[in-house]
Every structure is written in C-alpha cells, then in structure tokens.
Write a protein that binds this ligand. Structure first.
Ligand SMILES: [Zn+2]
Length: 280
C-alpha cells in the first residue's frame, strides 16, 4: 500500500489529469528498471547526493545544506563523505520547523534510498520532481535496493520573480521537502479545484507557518500572457499566490516566472479551458 503510494507520486500532472492515478501506477510499475551495481554503497539506504549520473556541483550542494539547515534549525546537518544526509544531534537545533525535522528524521531512517540529482535547464522538470524508482541488484551477493531519484532544476529558481519573502518561501529546500513528502510520507498532490493545495503542499505549508514564511494558496500556478516590450508578442507567465497571516489581516504575495522556460504547460483540469504550469 505504502509502496504503491510512493510510486504513484513520481508521475507528472499530465499523466494524472488525463489517465487517472490507478492506471498511471501500473504504468510506473512496468517502467521501473532493474540495474546491477557492484558498489556496496549503492545498497545503503537514506537520502544521498547522486554518486554518478547528474551529480550536483559544490555550489548546489551548499545551497541545499544552507536551505535545509534554515528549515530544520539543525546546525550539524550535512552530507557525510559518501554523500549521505546526516542530521547530527537532532535535539541540538536552533529555531527551525519541528515538522521539517520530523520529515528529515523519517528520511534518515528509510529502508530504501533517494538520490538527489541535478537536471539544470530541463524543459520537463519544473523546479523538481520525483522520478520512477530504479531497482538495484547485486547478482553476486543478492543485495537489493530501490532508489528514487529526486531531479532538481536549480536554473529554474533564478527565473523566479516576486517579493524576497515569497521567493524564500519557494526555494530549493522547500522543493526537496515537497518531493520527500511524496517519497517518504506517500502524500498526494490531488486537488478537486484550483483553490486547493493538495495534501503534500498542505504539509509543506505547515512548515512555512512554523518558520513564519508566506503559505502557498493553491497547487496550480495559473497562466496568463504578458506582452514583450516594444513587440506585439506575448509570453506565458506562471503565477502562484502566497499569503502571510499577520493577525490583523493577510498580506498577499505573487510569485511568477516565464512558464515556457521552466517546465510544461498543461490543461489545469479543474476549470474548462484553463491552463496551468505543471508541477510534481
Ligand atoms: Zn508534488
């Protein structure tokens, strides 16, 4: 049951909208591949920097650490010499979100592996996505492990426009935590209308509230067209709304980006004719 949840969460919204979740789940199962690997570290569970394909740069590794330390308050959080996430002393935190600490504590105790991969300037990946798992097998020792890739497009974050508070509420750390919500907790993005956030993003909004960041108001990013200066041409812009409850009222923030430069644009599926930026 839980296993199935983890696999279905690797789908794209396009598949989800047009084929239905159950069918996609079967498709994903069929697509999972088995690969032989002799490296003993390949069979160690946990969250890991990809050791071979799509390796992160040192700058990207530092950006993740800085963001996850801020989210969790875990100052000792790091990647060990083999590239696996280590939390350090969890009780020794300074500020941070207890929900984020709980999610990373769960991640550190996994029986399977999650690899962080760099996929910059990918037109298929908007910020990040959980891809289908790969089953690794050592035919000599009989060891096996499932590895779930989280594919990150760091270049997309440079295209975000908006108030600094809303850009901080949608950074690389939040995107990784969202994908861990799928991979570790089996949470879904399913929404019934364009005003909903879905259970996975609800969980991430809890972390945002605990940190005092604006919260995301919907799962879908609406698409509108903006004219290009001194031209009759228009380009699609994706926009997400965020809000921050200050007690005396809500402050609203808009986060936008050039939709076609970041990821696929799909029918929103919740309002006839409406389009949305595709997330995972
Ligand atoms: Zn998602």
């Amino acid at each position: 049951m839980f296993h199935t949840n983890r696999i279905t969460c690797g789908i794209t919204d396009v598949c989800y909208l047009f084929t239905g979740r159950r069918l996609v789940c079967l498709l994903m199962l069929a697509m999972a591949v088995t690969v032989e690997a002799g490296d003993p570290l390949r069979y160690r569970a946990g969250l890991r920097l990809s050791p071979d394909k799509n390796k992160l740069s040192e700058k990207e590794r530092k950006a993740i650490l800085e963001s996850l330390r801020e989210k969790t308050g875990l100052l000792e959080l790091g990647f060990d010499e083999d590239g696996f996430l280590s939390l350090g002393e969890v009780e020794n935190h300074r500020g941070g979100s207890k929900t984020a600490r709980a999610l990373l504590t769960e991640t550190a105790g996994l029986s399977y592996a999650i690899d962080l991969e760099s996929h910059n300037n990918s037109k298929d990946i908007a910020f990040g996505r959980l891809d289908k798992p790969v089953n690794f097998t050592n035919f000599s020792s009989g060891e096996q492990i499932e590895v779930y890739p989280i594919q990150l497009d760091f270049a997309d974050f440079k295209k975000l426009r908006g108030d600094s508070r809303v850009i901080a509420a949608f950074d690389i750390g939040f995107v990784i935590l969202h994908e861990l919500g799928h991979a570790v907790l089996g949470l879904h993005d399913r929404v019934e209308n364009e005003l909903e956030t879905g259970e996975c993003e609800d969980y991430i909004n809890r972390i945002r509230r605990e940190l005092g960041h604006p919260v995301r108001e919907s799962y879908y990013a609406r698409i509108y067209r903006r004219s290009i200066m001194a031209s009759l041409q228009t380009v699609p812009i994706a926009e997400l709304e965020f809000s921050l409850d200050k007690g005396s009222g809500k402050s609203r923030y808009r986060l936008n980006w050039p939709a076609a430069d970041v990821g696929p644009i799909v029918p929103a599926g919740v309002r006839r004719g409406s389009m949305a930026a595709s997330f995972n």
